[in-house]
Structures are given as C-alpha cells and as structure tokens.
Ligand binder design. Sequence first.
Ligand code: BG6
Length: 511
Amino acid sequence: MPETLQQNVLRDEQRLPAVPDPGVVVIFGASGDLTARKLVPALYDLAQGRRLPMEFAVVGISRTPMSHDEFRQKLRKGLDEQRAGSVSEDVWESFSKGLFYLPGDSKKPETYEELKAFLQQLDEERGTGGNRVYYLSSSPSLFSTIVERLGEAGMSQEEEGSGYARLVIEKPFGRDLESAKELNGDILRYFREKQIYRIDHYLGKETVQNILALRFSNGIFEPIWNQHYVDHVQITVAEDIGVGTRGAFYEEAGALRDIVQNHVMQVLCLTAMEPPVAFDADSLREEKVKVLKAVRPIPEDEVGEYAVRGQYDGGWVFGEEVKGYREEGNVAPDSETETYVALKLLVDNWRWAGVPFYVRAGKRMPKKSTEIAIQFHKTPHTPFSGPDTRGLEPNVLVIRVQPEEGVSMKIGAKVPGSGFEVRSVNMDLLYGSAFMEEAPDAYQRLLLDLMLGDPTLFIRADEAEGAWEILQPVMESWSKDGHSARYAAGTWGPDEAAALLGHDGREWRRP
Ligand code: BG6
C-alpha cells in the first residue's frame, strides 16, 4: 500500500456501514461548472463524513489543458465557494490526493486508450479495484459518442471479477421523445439498464423523498389522497434567479426541457403514484411509470387550453432592477424561448379522475419556492356564515421542498373573542427544527447511492421517455407558434397563466 494511503486521515475503524467499495469516478466534461460546484463538493462532503473508501479517485476529462495540480486548485476554489469557511485542511489534503485530470478529446478513441491505461495504473497504485463510474457531465451532444467510445474500448463490460462499470447521464436526457429513444438505444447497445443511472438531482433532495415519507408512513393521509377529497393539486418550481451566464444553454432548452420534463414530472409522479410495495428501484419506478402512462395526452390543437409559456422582461427582484431575458448574454434579441411554463395535466386513473394537476416552473419569480399544494374540497356546508367566514379557505396541505423545508396544513379556526368569526390559519412543521441535523446535499446522496449500486433514486429508460411523451404535443405546437407571453421579472408569471386556472374557477397560490 502506498505511503499516502497509510496516512489517509479518512481511515477509521469505526466507519459507518454504508461505505462503497473502492473505485474511480471518471467525469467527462470535468472543466465545466457542475464538477466544481456540485460533484466535487458532494464527494468532499462524503469524504468528510467518512462515507468514501480510502481507495478512491476522481479522474476528470475534458479538452482544456490542465495539470493534476491545476485541476486540484480549480476544484479547491469551487469547494471554498460552496462550503465557505467549513473546509477541513486535513480532509482536503487526503481527498485531493485522489483527484486527477486527463486532458483529452472525448470524440477520439486514443483518449480512451489513455484513460484505460491510467485507470489500470490507479488500480495498482491506489487499490481502486477495477470499479468505475463514468459520469457524463459534458455537452449532451456528446453523450452518444462517449458511450460508443467507452463500449468500443471494452470499458462498458462488467466481467466476472473485473469490478463494476456504471454510467451516469446528466440531464437533459434528449430534447424530445425521439432523441430520448435514440439515446436510450445508443446506450443500451453497450450498457445494460442496471448499469445506467440517469440522474435528476431533485430525487436526491431530502424533501422530495419526504413526499413519500409523508404519504406512506402516516395512516391519515392516504385515505384522503384521492378525488373524493382533493379538489386539485398545484406543483410550483419557482426561482428568483434569471438565466445568468447560461444563456446559450437556455436558448436551446427553455423551461419545459430544463425543469418540467424532469424535476416537475418526478415530483408529480411521487405525489400521484400508488403506494409501492417496497422502497426499491423496481417497485418505485414501476409506480412512477404508471402515473406517466395515466396522464391524459394533450391534443396538439388544444395545447392553448392546457399550456402557457412565458418569458421575463426586465423588472425588479428583491428591490434590485434586473434585465429581461432578451438582454441576457448569448440570448437572441428576438428570442421566444420560454422561461416560464404552466400546464394543466389530468391523471386518468381511479384515484385522480377529474382532479387537475396544475404545474408551473419559472425563472425571475418574486422568490425561490418549490412546493406541492394539495387543495381539498370545500366543506359541504358551513354553519358559520356571512362576513364572519370571509377569511376561510378550503384546507390545503403544502409540502415545502425548498426553502423553509417542511409541511403546513391550512385549517379553519375561530378568531378569539366573542361572536363566531372563523379564519384559515397554518399548522406548520419545519423540518429544520424537528430534526436538528442539516440535510445532505442532493448530489451527495445520489453519488453515494450510485457508488453503492442503488438505482432507486435514478430514472429508468421508460420514465424518461414517458415524461417526454406527455410534453411532445406541447413542444410540437410551440415549435409552430413561436410566441411566449410576457411577464415582468419579479412577478408570478404572465396573465395567461392566471387565466389557465381562472377558467376552472381557481387561482394559483402565493407560495
Ligand atoms: C437545474 C436547472 O436542473 O435545476 C437550472 O438546469 C435550475 O436551470 C436548477 O436553476 C434548480 O435546482 P434547485 O436545486 O436550485 O432547485
């Protein structure tokens, strides 16, 4: 064993049980933002929490020329930005010795020969045991090529005793149904489904997993979680930020592909699905796919009645003047790309017949807020009437995914004093005060599961395709009619979105 590993401060006889086997995480597109901002800080957190084996390494690949040391410095800078003031020098010292960089063109077969030799060298020097995770964080246009090159180089095979080979694909997974099917086909030529981990970081969020905990570890919610009691559901993924430096990416993606196809659809599935028999990959994903299949297809000529898209103009957010989307860097001055989407979806099954799911996602909203609101039917009759009930609304159960993670229930209560005035008040649970521990970052959880070989919180091929299938008519209609409704930055979206619910006699909530 090399000297550096003997001195590794991560060695600890008291290690927690769920520590992955030795292995290497190879990141394609490693000079990009995600590696420095999310992946390496999450791996560092795992190291700090003693959840990484000592025999561990990261190999970054991209075209930018860089030495191992320059790569480490870049990652350290990213880590300092993300974990300001809390980086332990001892942990970093040990962890950073396992960070390596190979400059190379991921289109060229030579890169893979070099990578293969380097990984073998790491197996010998650091004891990484032939286990490999290939993390595709490059431009999505390179996904198929990288998979093909890995396959051709024999790096996708898991032979008896040779260690595992797992493939992680970042979103967006394709840009429509056809390209997602093609990508699935390309990958499945070289990797088996059980080796493939399609990632959606929302599934790594504690509060997204808490949707399941709330629903299936409490006896009181399931009996009322259906059309008999629920009037409608609202899912909101609002962000106060604009597109920032990601204009070029966003021009290609838009909010429908960037957020709705993945994060929103996943949250919808977890909210609407039937109880799985177990919390394992097959059981959970089977139930999610059933929800996607039950979503009523939107006829292309009726898209206007079910979908609204908007784009932000200049405005004010948190007292600061911000520019409009068309003035952002790398955005066309006449762009119609949507930065806001609202959809009305119907889930045609026994449980949800007739209950609309209104979903919305937008940038430059007044604040960041991701939540699921289950609005229950009004009481059939109220003995209190007149002006005394003006402040009374139907019960709403709100699961706040972020920020102020928690659950609240709006209930009617008597206003203290004489008379009988009733008003809605919130019963609030804040996870932060119920559990004194800080929730781990989504990527931390997902990277750990990945190394442990647990695909439960990753997306299966048919899920990715199912979500695209729902959105396909919307994309097709929008590609013909290029117009996005306008909304001022710092507002809750275009008037058309309010009308989508207004038509049904309902209103969006103010998160
Ligand atoms: C990413 C999108 O997947 O999710 C971004 O590409 C978005 O546009 C981000 O800002 C939101 O994630 P979170 O965890 O901040 O809600």
